[in-house]
Design a protein around this ligand. Structure first.
Ligand code: SF4
Length: 679
């Protein structure tokens, strides 16, 4: 592939860093290696990895063999915005470019979760609904028979919520190849299409579900795939949420008992006396164990120290641990019964001569729901009962709304009217990713992002993902001229820990200096909603009128209004928190002054971070140095990264936090930012 001439033919200039990235990706994939790339803003990283992967995928063999050796390139992103950019802009552009230059054509497709597709069986066996829903279902059926592919995102009109809930595609209610609609099923048709597609665009959550379900479950198999993980800095956190679980105590008991109704509605041939007795015994024991657990937790919750209503379980007493094991076993037995009965019911429906299967279909779907819930319960209590794991599992209990709890249930159990939600999560994703992903990769993985390093090193990312000693790293030079822009540490009297005075000082500076009479775009990034609201309330009315605060309207609408104002030569200011620190592209005058209210130190507030901090302390390590400081360095780089988006952008960053000058870590935080001119 003649990369440089390809760019030339489209009148594009290839940047050195971009070419370096393409070559490195080709080399790494050729060797089936893993490579982590930090590709700063404006490198053109998506073009680079698409071209690099296509190039590596082009076999030197010709004809049939080449086709046979071709792999599926799976590109996973963290955000919908990037997925859409790839699917609607970058891939069509590159496809056209290659075909105009006589290169091999390629196909591409979006891989979505099942729930984005229609389940035909549910549509055709829709239970009685009101007339409006039935009419809409009929319309949908007609659309499907004409040209609609069953993907809800491709519908012209949004779907009625009640109808979409009744007909969405999910695995627990699916009978797979035994389903009479399997051949036309939109989800399976799309999945078949994936196997024949050169480039599959997906998201981290779907990729992680695929890894969890087993090789080939959703996406092509490991030996058939090349992986590109963009926005890879989100992967560890996404993995943690994919492998965590939670459930309520009384809430669980209520669905466990639902099985009684279900058994009564099933044909006698499927539910004989023995089966009924087995089920009843499992349910009785499981409910008893959960009630007992509720009693323990009820008593403990009252006496334990709480952090914002959350009781973090730091150690399990032996009784609770034994009971957790029992609940885990009970949930496994329940799941097993559901699974067996589901397959038998499926065969029964298939064989029976009954014309209308509607009520049996309903029981089939219900069994699927119960199976999912039982598996979640099993996973939760397996995590809770695990006391051996190193690092430890984060476990916590929070109060759950009273509304769902029946008074009778509480009275029976002699408890107060409160349900508890029990949560558990691993605190590091490294070993899970290693075991489920990295160890199985055959044809190479490229992980990239504009910000991977923390404090100038890849270490934090490599440790968090389990890629230490497994992956090469590549740092590309930025094509942006940061030294044309300035970074100023405001001479503040107060430190941010003196929150009240620091906010008052900020308001004064904004009213008199930073937001007064400035004609171009300003973005102010806060680390808390409280501070953002408090500062906004103190602004002069004339400044309030030009300021939008995150939450006023959608992020997209805020940005488009901001651009409109700047295009009409009017001043405009945006106040934002976390979601404005990443993925916001305001080039030129849209953003000429970026103000950071406070260094983004995340005090460990959630149970996962707190458990991680304690674990580090137990090994004589310092959570501030090991966790907070690198996190803050990465976040600060993302924040200042909003300012300079193109080679001609010039502006100023103002940081209202003098700890950058006075604290021991200030220097290293500054040194690892892009090379602004510091004033
Ligand atoms: S194969 Fe599964 S998802 Fe598809 S129509 Fe049948 S039951 Fe629904």
């Amino acid at each position: 592939m003649q990369i440089e001439s390809l760019f030339k033919s489209a009148g594009l200039h290839i940047r050195d860093a971009q070419l370096e990235m393409i070559q490195a990706i080709k080399k790494s994939l050729d060797g089936g290696q893993k490579l982590v790339v930090e590709a700063p803003t404006a490198t053109g990283k998506s073009f680079a990895y698409i071209l690099g992967a296509l190039w590596a995928n082009q076999s030197s063999l010709k004809g049939d063999k080449a086709q046979k050796n071709k792999k599926n390139i799976v590109i996973s992103t963290a955000t919908v915005a990037l997925q859409e950019q790839l699917f609607f802009q970058d891939l069509p552009f590159i496809q056209k470019l290659l075909s105009e230059n006589g290169e091999q054509k390629f196909t591409y497709m979006l891989a979505k979760g099942r729930s984005r597709y229609l389940c035909l069986r549910k549509l055709y066996h829709l239970e009685e609904k009101d007339d409006v829903v039935l009419k809409e279902a009929k319309d949908l059926e007609n659309q499907f028979n004409k040209k609609w592919d069953g993907d809800f995102d491709n519908l012209e009109q949004p779907l009625n919520r009640e109808l979409s809930k009744a007909i969405y595609n999910n695995s627990s209610a699916c009978s797979f190849s035994r389903c009479e609609y399997y051949q036309d099923c939109p989800f399976f048709v799309a999945r078949q299409g994936l196997r024949k597609t050169d480039i599959i665009v997906t998201n981290h959550s779907l990729l992680l579900s695929h890894l969890d379900l087993g090789d080939g479950a959703i996406l092509p198999k490991f030996d058939q795939s090349i992986y590109i993980i963009d926005e890879c800095h989100h992967l560890p956190d996404r993995a943690l949420s994919a492998f965590s679980a939670s459930a309520t105590l009384f809430g669980s008991q209520s669905w466990i008992n639902d099985v009684d109704k279900l058994l009564n509605a099933l044909p006698v041939a499927l539910v004989d006396r023995n089966r009924r007795q087995d089920w009843q015994a499992i349910c009785k024991k499981l409910v008893q164990d959960l009630t007992q657990m509720q009693q323990y937790i009820d008593a403990l919750y009252q006496t334990q120290e709480k952090e914002e209503g959350v009781w973090r379980i730091k150690s399990l007493d032996s009784q609770v641990q034994l009971l957790s094991v029992e609940i885990k076993k009970g949930a496994a037995l329940y799941a097993n019964q559901c699974d067996r009965l589901k397959s038998e019911l499926e065969k029964f429906i298939e064989k029976s001569q009954i014309h209308s299967h509607e009520s049996l279909e309903k029981q089939f779907t219900q069994l699927g729901f119960l199976l999912e819930r039982a598996q979640n319960l099993q996973m939760l209590w397996a995590l809770i009962s695990n006391v051996q794991s190193t690092p430890p599992i984060a476990k916590w209990v929070s109060l759950h709304g009273e509304k769902n709890i029946s008074t009778q249930q509480h009275e029976l159990a002699n408890l107060n009217h409160q349900d508890y939600e029990v949560h558990a999560s691993p605190i590091e994703a490294a070993s899970l990713l290693k075991q489920m992903f990295w160890d199985n990769v055959v044809n190479g993985v490229i992980l990239c992002s504009a910000t991977v390093r923390a404090l100038g090193k890849f270490d934090r990312f490599l440790n968090a993902t389990g890629l230490r000693n497994q992956a090469d790293t590549l740092l590309l030079n930025s094509p942006l001229l940061y030294h044309h822009s300035t970074l100023q540490i405001a001479d503040m009297k107060f430190l941010p820990n003196n929150q009240k005075d620091h906010i008052q000082e900020t308001i004064k500076l904004f009213n008199e200096q930073y937001l007064q009479g400035f004609e171009k775009g300003v973005l102010v990034l806060f680390t808390s909603i409280y501070a953002m609201e408090a500062v906004y309330q103190g602004l002069l009315p004339s400044i309030k009128r030009i300021t939008q605060v995150q939450g006023d309207r959608s992020k997209q609408m805020m940005i488009s209004l901001h651009k409109k104002r700047i295009d009409s030569l009017k001043p405009s200011v945006i106040f934002g928190v976390d979601s404005f620190c990443e993925g916001v592209d305001l080039p030129g005058d849209y953003l000429a002054r970026l103000i950071i209210h406070k260094l983004p130190f995340s005090v460990p507030t959630n149970p996962i971070d707190k458990t991680r901090a304690e674990w580090l302390l137990s090994m004589n390590r310092k959570p501030f140095i090991d966790m907070s400081l690198p996190q803050s360095s990465l976040k600060l780089t993302q924040m200042v990264g909003r300012l300079v988006r193109t080679e001609t952008d010039i502006g100023e960053v103002i940081i209202l936090d003098k700890r950058l000058k006075t604290k021991f870590y200030g220097k290293s935080l500054l040194e690892n930012l892009p090379p602004f001119k510091i004033i």
